[in-house]
Design a binder for this molecule. Structure first.
Ligand code: ZN
Length: 61
């Protein structure tokens, strides 16, 4: 993972957090960023929608 470049959006970006959510269907991991919480996410592997509210946070993020 690279260090963010300093840019006009940096103040927002530095507060960005991400976590890995596992697909409830197939267990495929997907990294989701905090600014994407209100977007739809689907598993890249099986195409099922991922419901974040049922995801467990991965503390390593
Ligand atoms: Zn899946």
């Amino acid at each position: 993972m690279s260090t963010p470049q300093h840019c006009p959006g940096y103040e927002n970006f530095k507060n960005l957090k991400s976590f890995v959510c596992k697909c409830p269907e197939c267990g495929e991991s997907k990294e989701i960023f905090s600014d994407e919480f209100n977007k739809d996410h689907t598993c890249a592997k099986c195409g099922k929608p991922i419901d974040f509210t049922q995801c467990t946070l991965d503390g390593s993020a």
